[in-house]
Design a protein around this ligand. Structure first.
Ligand code: SAM
Length: 431
């Protein structure tokens, strides 16, 4: 399969990427694009189905751009992701983890998504407002009544949201609605290009009361997001195994799948295995998702993050959870770090959880700190493998273990974890 969930075939030696085809099956397909490097197509008929082919649960599968793998059994999906991680390691300097960690997953892979951005479109000719994910490969909104990957509290709101927006005076001035859910509260941020009327505000409030959601408005950039009511929604998620409650704002980075996040945090702590005397560095720490659980086990944890709003939230979360051994600093981890005060402190362990582009820029500094174990959480196997090769080939670490986590079932996105441990220097030629 290709990295974005298409079946890969070759016709007369030319690669063809085919939407809806699985490895090992025979299909007929329609060409949708013929280009210099590769051709593209979409399955017309499955002639011989793969053993792991299943009936997609959503009737918009294939049209909606939200999912790309619903036609494959969820266990096969995560095993394919595991293979893509191992392939990426092997392409990048021939790395092989000493231990392959079994895929981390929940018992059922539906209704997991607590964050989403839905497109909104007033279609004058139909006298309707469509709300939903965009169609695959187009800017159009997918017409649907429900989405089975969204958290059950919002999975059926597409129709009611469309009717709500249709009744507003600014029905053609709302391009998107962003969903942000905590364990209790659910916020819907309406991006508005014109100010809503008093009547519009009343409709939004009534919708919020009826569907138990908190409507927010966004009039400009991310800083303009504010609650319609005088009280903020109080978004938070818990990490019960660490006795933590994490508060956040609607626009903040949080993991999209809170059930999996709880499992992932536990796996990270188990793998990094801090002792009570250890000092730990948590890079790309966000609002403290790993920092605070680590602080429960280690002597001290220092969290570094580029978004100053998240640093504020991390400090508040430490205070509210009565954690006194976590410090947070804002820094651009892709910039020059020589002058950062925390760079001259000693650390035993490090955790990294960078964006898709990886963390190549920071590895040199990290290796210089002399940490013995580095736990790398990644949403992109390619950059994880590239950075892993750097740690192994240039900085003297070994790849102890690695595995995938089912954070995004039915999509092609891959979440992985890898543990690197400093190797004893070989006779005279240390790292
Ligand atoms: C995958 S998220 C992980 C956040 C956190 N560890 C968590 O689990 O919630 C990546 C984080 O990297 C931060 N980030 C992106 N670019 C950055 C940069 N140049 N310097 C520092 N942090 C950055 C983002 O703001 C985001 O919080």
């Amino acid at each position: 399969m290709t990295g974005d969930g298409r079946g890969l075939s070759h016709i007369d030696g030319r690669p063809v990427w085919i939407h809806g085809a699985l490895p090992g099956e025979r299909v007929s397909f329609i060409y949708t694009r013929v280009a210099r490097k590769r051709d593209e197509g979409r399955v017309e008929q499955v002639l011989e189905a793969a053993a792991d082919r299943v009936t997609p649960q959503c009737d918009r599968f294939g049209v909606c751009g939200g999912c790309s793998l619903q036609h494959q059994d969820p266990t096969a999906q995560i095993l394919a992701k595991q293979q893509s991680l191992l392939d990426a390691f092997s392409r990048s300097g021939g790395l092989t983890p000493r231990e392959i960690l079994g895929p981390l997953k929940e018992h059922q892979p539906w209704g997991y998504r607590t964050k989403a951005r839905l497109g909104v479109k007033y279609v004058e000719k139909k006298g309707r407002v469509l709300v939903g994910f965009r169609e695959r490969g187009s800017g159009f909104i997918t017409e649907t009544e429900a989405c089975p990957v969204l958290d059950a509290r919002v999975a059926h709101l597409h129709g009611p949201l469309g009717e709500l927006v249709l009744g507003l005076s600014i029905r053609d001035r709302i391009p998107q609605i962003e969903i942000a859910m905590g364990d209790q509260a659910c916020v819907l941020v309406f991006r508005v290009l014109d100010a809503p009327s008093a009547e519009d505000i009343r409709s939004l409030e009534a919708f919020g009361a009826e569907h138990q959601v908190h409507p927010y408005l966004q009039t400009g950039g991310p800083d303009s997001v504010c609650s319609l009511s005088s009280n903020a929604a109080g978004l938070s998620y818990s990490l019960p195994d660490h006795d933590l409650s994490m508060s956040f704002q609607p626009g903040d980075f949080t993991q999209v799948n809170q059930g999996m996040n709880r499992l992932m945090v536990n796996r990270a702590i188990d793998l990094l295995d801090p002792s009570p005397g250890d000092r730990v560095l948590d890079l790309f720490c966000g609002l403290g998702n790993f920092t605070l659980p680590l602080a429960r086990r280690a002597r001290e944890v220092v969290g570094i993050e580029g978004d100053t709003g998240l640093i504020e939230r991390a400090r508040e979360n430490a205070r509210d959870n009565r954690i006194g051994n976590a410090r947070f600093f804002a820094a651009d981890l892709y910039g020059s770090l020589g002058r950062e005060s925390w760079m001259s402190e000693p650390f035993d362990l490090a955790l990294l959880d960078p964006p898709r582009s990886g963390a190549l820029e920071v590895l040199e500094h990290l290796a210089g700190l002399g940490v013995t174990r580095i736990l790398y959480i990644s949403c992109n196997p390619e950059t994880l493998a590239r950075d892993g090769a750097e740690l192994v080939n240039r900085h003297g670490y070994g790849l102890t273990s690695a595995g995938v986590m089912d954070m995004f079932p039915h999509t092609h996105h891959v979440e992985s974890v890898a543990l690197f441990e400093r190797q004893p220097a070989a006779g005279g030629g240390g790292p």
